[in-house]
Design a protein. Sequence first.
Length: 568
Amino acid sequence: MAFNPQFSKIGEILIHRDVVTEDQVKEAILKQNHFHLKLGETLRKLGYITEKDLLDALYLQLEYNIVQEDELLELDPEIIKLIPEPFAVENRVMAIRQEGVSIVVAMTDPENIVVQDSLKKFLRKSIIPMLIGDSTLTDTLERYYKNIRTSTQVEDAVGSFEFVAVDEDEKEITIDTKKDVDAPVVKLINLMITEAIKSNATDIHIEPLTNNTRVRFRIDGALREVMSPPIGLHAGMVSLVKVMSKLNIAERRLPQDGHISLKTTMKSVDVRVSITPTILGEKVVMRLLDKGEFGFNLTTLGFTDENLLMFKKWIRRPYGITIASGPTGCGKSTTLHAALKEIQDIETNIVTVEDPVEYRVDGVTQIETKAKIDLTFANALRSVLRQDPDIVLIGEIRDEETADIAIKFSLTGHLVFTTLHANDAISTITRLLDIGVPSYLVASSLNLVMAQRLVRKICKHCITDYTPTDEELQDAGITHEEAKKINFKKGKGCVRCDNTGYSGRTGIFEMLEVTAEIRKLIFNGADQDTIHEVALRNGMQTLHASAILKMKQGITTIYEVIKLTISD
């Protein structure tokens, strides 16, 4: 007798398709009551099948069409709103489009007659059920209903803060909505900051355009537009940010810098505020710094095994300087704090001087500079020397005085970590010389110079093959012969990555070990090209080569390689 999936149980279908074994199904039957799940979901929880395996089996059994992820990218919010969010979340359903007089509804369990009847009653339309995976539905519900909530809150902007702004003495900053700003603006800023924190954004940009204000979040290193309030609210938004950061509300002609400490139900956040005048009005950029416990470690930053061993070797040396270089937001501080976390122990006194303290590391003495009271890097470091430190982290070398103190620390038995703004590892040395540090001190103090960048990772849910253009290959410095050996990838975009094709970031590194040969070149004033040539001969991997390796591994795209590195 031929196998008929419509008259078979889900376990039998999966066994017939060689997806699972009989023993795995028996195990799932025994455990499904414990999990309070159906058999298919139990098998998925146990790791024996994927969500796609389950959907394919349900399609054979029930003959409901499966919702394709491409269909979920551009849904009409007005259709989605036909089903209230609480009902959609509780009953695992979502309205996705209208077909004639019917509504197409994605359901994880299209056989649930009770839910179908409820939908028909309050939609007052017939429904066309379709199958959707549970995790796909969860991500889609979160994306669209979040946007619906945000839009509704912007339109109905009234209310109070969900966070508390406090000053440097931890005193709450009160805001008079009658005197300082209107209540709708208070609600708008509240919503904006709350959503930024939920989205793990690093920056908020509030900029005036001709007809409206554009609000963008920097997520995974790229800016995304999240809302467009009316231009009439812009002045009030800027004024409120100024009130919160204790800046001069009346001054609109000059740039101003300040900061806000926020306490939310989720976490405490330090916000660095920069306001600058433009031809259309004042632009605000807010940098969000999580004041929670530091959660990174060296193994999760993106080092290759070889680079990780090299880095660990140098951060355990008793003295000398290790420098992380690169532009703002490239992960320098993250790497150095992960290094501190790796080497800290009860026998070692670690002190940091930073502006601002970006991460809290338990067991490390952290000092934040305050220019208003003349607590500069140089003044703080002089005090640190009397604190009997073993290891010192200097947030950034900005001038000759700070560089001089850092080098003296390293030459008197201390291990120093610091950062510097430079394009690559070799130009970091040139930058130190430009600041005014003598070449013999640079040569004698440096242990390791590491340039780094953060590249976006391809979303694992929508990764697909990609054929780069001739122009892309040329820009990336890849020949057609080399390209034939590379399996290029990209993310096509899905609901989980907000249709960007990327999810998360990882580091690429250029690590220059200051060997005896390199020290001699620096001491003798050799030019960048000479040092670069010797470093490559000694095995240094450039930023570009590191990015190419990540691309070949299917971690990132050729676009990111071109965007962040220059071919060697």
